[in-house]
Design a binder for this molecule. Structure first.
Ligand code: MEV
Length: 314
């Protein structure tokens, strides 16, 4: 066993297919280089294991309930790998929490990788997902698995529950602008509310879910044929359906509207919605940075630009 272990995980962006992915439709997501989480674990000379993070610093057993998924993940590691020495676990994150960027999955992936590094265990995606998926069930209730799968991988993916992952190269002449409303999203609640709607009106809601799935498939074709205008159009149509499902909110609508009136090719929420982040598609880097400024002036808390050309980063 080493003295220190290090783990890293980026955030994620869902381009198309949030919510419908829970019902078995495909979704497109990419690891998001604009944000990341670094975890360091080192052995501690005192007799209690500690955690240091922006949420809480103190003995792991005293961490608040909001960190239950992290606590359970750590206990699983201790049990599975028979770790007997106390340790100090430090989490540094630039992934904003509860903003649709997969912060809970990113924390779990980064912690798992840090333990694997400490214990010299190969951090294959399957090994990492074995632990992360369990933590995600505690954090999200009924996750589709897209966050954990995207964040534990390295490339954009087409993801479908029970069918699997299809990694693909994103090589578009376009840029994605990501803007944070500054309002905490409510993924767990939004997913539950869509499930309640589905129970009450299975036919109607099922049609919406299926529409989101079709739009995702069309978006994939638009990506493969390097057609940003078409992708933008599918994003707009998806936002319309997501609004009908009650997953958008005023702050998201305001930023989406602003982006569209300032030249975005398309715009929609990303992730669970009801707050969190929106994404806008820009045709080139100059328009992306212009949109970024406009969204900040319109009240966005933070913005990022991600190049989509050969999965290049800005
Ligand atoms: C959350 O990032 C994406 C949702 O589709 C939930 C899930 O897939 O688990 C809203």
């Amino acid at each position: 066993m080493k003295k220190n272990g290090h783990g890293y995980a980026s955030g994620k962006i869902i381009l198309m297919g949030e919510h419908s992915v829970v019902y078995g439709e495909p979704a497109i997501a990419l690891p998001f280089s604009g944000t990341g989480i670094q975890t360091t674990i080192s052995f501690h000379p005192v007799n209690e294991s500690w955690i240091e993070s922006s949420f809480f610093t103190g003995p792991i057993g005293q961490a608040p309930d909001s960190m239950n998924s992290v606590k359970v993940l750590i206990w699983q590691m201790i049990k599975q790998f028979k770790i007997q020495q106390p340790f100090y676990l430090k989490i540094d994150s630039t992934v904003p929490a509860e903003r649709g960027m997969g912060s809970s999955a990113a924390v779990a992936v980064s912690i798992t990788r840090a333990f694997f590094d400490l214990l010299d265990i190969p951090a294959t995606q399957a090994n990492v997902l074995y632990f992360v998926n369990q933590a995600e069930k505690i954090a999200h209730g009924n996750p589709s698995g897209i966050d954990a799968t995207t964040i534990s991988g390295v490339s954009p993916i087409l993801y479908q529950k029970r069918i699997g992952i299809e990694p693909f190269e994103l090589n578009m002449d376009a840029y994605l602008v990501v803007a944070d409303t500054g309002i905490k999203g409510q993924t767990r609640k939004a997913v539950k509310d869509v499930a309640t709607l589905m129970e009450k009106m299975p036919k109607k809601i099922g049609t919406h879910i299926h529409k989101l799935g079709s739009l995702t498939k069309q978006a994939r074709q638009a990506i493969l044929t390097n057609s940003p205008e078409r992708l933008g159009d599918y994003m707009n149509q998806a936002q319309h359906v997501l609004t009908t499902l009650g997953t958008s909110n005023q702050a998201l609508d305001h930023l989406i509207e602003t982006a569209l009136t300032h030249g975005a090719l398309g715009a929609k929420l990303t992730g669970g919605g009801r707050g969190g982040c929106m994404i806008a598609l820009a045709q080139d880097e100059v328009s992306a940075h212009r949109l970024q400024e406009t969204l900040l002036s319109a009240g966005a808390n933070n913005t990022w630009v991600e190049g989509l050309g050969a999965y290049a980063h800005v």
